[in-house]
Design a protein around this ligand. Structure first.
Ligand SMILES: Cc1cc2nc3c(=O)[nH]c(=O)nc-3n(C[C@H](O)[C@H](O)[C@H](O)COP(=O)(O)OP(=O)(O)OC[C@H]3O[C@@H](n4cnc5c(N)ncnc54)[C@H](O)[C@@H]3O)c2cc1C
Length: 468
């Protein structure tokens, strides 16, 4: 209920956008271009604005023919099949198709507003056909959108965490800030990301394991606005334990470590838990298809810690993390440096080496060079760990974002418990991505969902403003 003895601020905006990431900016620009007065509030200060968007590199877009930044074509049906495969059907098909179809317009829409893209990427990521890469990365993309937004008179207010929304009967009357002030607007676009930085909330799904999670992105995505929406009667999608999480270097900072702390060496060595025991096939498939399961795997190990062990041949096969590798001339010495039991580690490596097949491995293919007689087996690229110096990386679960959010319709309107859309509340980006991505992940689709739904939310908010 809207009861407060704190006076509303006199902002008089048509549209209030909460969150200055990709989704919020796309919404704000769209509404401002439709002649609405728009304010964007963000919990972060200006240098840290833009949440997880700062860390991104690309978005996944449908296209029917080669372009200057994408090779070949990537049609709607192929994109849809890819999404169905990774989500195992946990998606709202109507909204998914809407997102994928509208993704075809994103590159030109963003380009027209100052965002620049790289020529098609070469190398081993194999994303040149499907993913458009931002020139200068997500930070530059974000700064360019902010600059454009200022040109169309969007106002920005930083260090303004929204604590709650004042919702009654499906209508939002104001956004209360942490300092008690209330901002009133005609329409509200919620683009405040997920709740991955709220370890207490994560513990509802993960139990005590959540205390060892590192948050790869912003500390500001605490889910305060999401919680307020759910308390205010918004319908939720997704479950509290669904998240994207990768294995990162345990030495990474608690927040904002970004992509440089990810450990990609798993398929070329072996991974043990704190008892020096292997627990999963390190080379089940190509790494881009498997890296996103390793955060959850490490989270299920004792004390949520694991260690990747490699030899001098293995370390040449992947891009190192930003941290120096921990090295030793013997496995025993490496175990000591990593805090593992030396005898148990030597035993695990010895048994692994003995189970490896003869001959070289071929990392360019699923080569079937599997161990034999181990539980679990390593099913590809099983090369013995024999060439010093030996290298180790300590691993922690690194959470990228959460999937639980609010349900929306094809106008990005938030659906309330009675099944009806809220009158003046719209959502875009990670806070509603669970409608499309119930589980799993498809590289680049996070930014696509935010861009497409940001645009839809901005359009809907502007249309509702004109009608009201
Ligand atoms: C390391 C990393 C790499 C990634 N790489 C990619 C990639 O290459 N491609 C891709 O598609 N996706 C990628 N993602 C996912 C991508 O970042 C998200 O899908 C996308 O940024 C979500 O955009 P958003 O606008 O919804 O949220 P965000 O960009 O996170 O923005 C949310 C904003 O809301 C603000 N906020 C939060 N709570 C409040 C509050 N209470 N009051 C006011 N403001 C608040 C935050 O400060 C933040 O600025 C990556 C994520 C990470 C962490």
């Amino acid at each position: 209920m809207y009861t407060s003895n704190v006076s509303p601020r006199q902002d008089n905006v048509d549209v209030l956008v909460i969150g200055c990431g990709n989704a919020g900016l796309c919404a704000a620009i769209t509404a401002a271009e439709s002649c609405c007065s728009v304010m964007v509030v963000d919990a972060a200060d200006k240098p840290m604005r833009g949440g997880n968007t700062r860390h991104t590199r690309n978005l996944r877009v449908m296209h029917e023919s080669p372009t200057d930044i994408l090779t070949d074509c990537y049609g709607l049906e192929e994109y849809f099949d890819d999404l169905m495969r990774v989500t195992a059907g946990a998606t709202n098909r109507k909204l998914a198709r809407l997102t994928l179809k509208n993704s075809s317009k994103l590159v030109s829409w963003l380009s027209a507003r100052g965002v620049q893209f790289q020529p098609p990427l070469s190398g081993t990521l194999n994303l040149d056909r499907t993913n458009a890469f931002f020139l200068g990365g997500g930070r530059t993309m974000l700064n360019r959108l902010c600059r454009y937004a200022e040109q169309v008179n969007v106002q920005f207010s930083y260090q303004m965490p929204v604590r709650e929304l004042l919702i009654a009967d499906g209508t939002c009357r104001g956004a209360r800030l942490d300092n008690g002030q209330i901002i009133e607007a005609g329409q509200y676009v919620i683009a405040s990301g997920g709740f991955e930085a709220n370890l207490e909330w994560l513990a509802e799904g993960w139990g005590a394991a959540a205390r060892h999670f590192h948050v790869r992105g912003t500390r500001y995505n605490t889910g305060a606005v999401l919680k307020s929406l759910l308390d205010g009667g918004a319908q939720h999608v997704g479950s509290v334990d669904q998240c994207h999480a990768v294995a990162i270097d345990a030495r990474a900072p608690r927040f904002d470590g970004g992509i440089a702390s990810r450990i990609d060496g798993v398929p070329f060595g072996l991974v043990v838990n704190k008892h020096a025991t292997r627990f999963y096939d390190e080379a089940e498939d190509f790494w881009p298809k498997r890296y996103a399961i390793w955060g959850r795997l490490v989270a299920r190990q004792p004390d949520q810690i694991a260690f990747a062990l490699l030899d001098a041949d293995g370390v040449k096969r992947f891009m190192p993390s930003v941290f120096d590798p921990i090295e030793a001339d013997t496995i025993e010495g490496l175990a000591v440096k990593l805090g593992l039991d030396p005898a148990a580690t030597c035993d695990t490596v010895k048994r692994f080496n003995a189970a490896c097949p003869e001959g070289p491995i071929d990392p360019s293919a699923l080569d079937g060079k599997a161990t034999s007689g181990l539980v679990p087996e390593k099913t590809n690229w099983a090369a013995p760990i024999t060439t010093p110096p030996f290298t180790g990386y300590p691993l922690r679960p690194g959470i990228t974002f959460t999937y639980m959010g609010v349900e929306v319709n094809d106008r990005a309107a938030i659906i309330m418990d009675d099944g009806c859309p809220a009158r003046n509340l719209y959502a875009a980006g990670e806070v509603m991505a669970g409608n499309i991505l119930g589980q799993g992940y498809l590289a680049g689709i996070g930014m696509t969902i935010g861009g497409v739904f940001g645009h839809i939310a901005g359009t809907s908010a502007a249309q509702s403003h004109v009608r009201s």
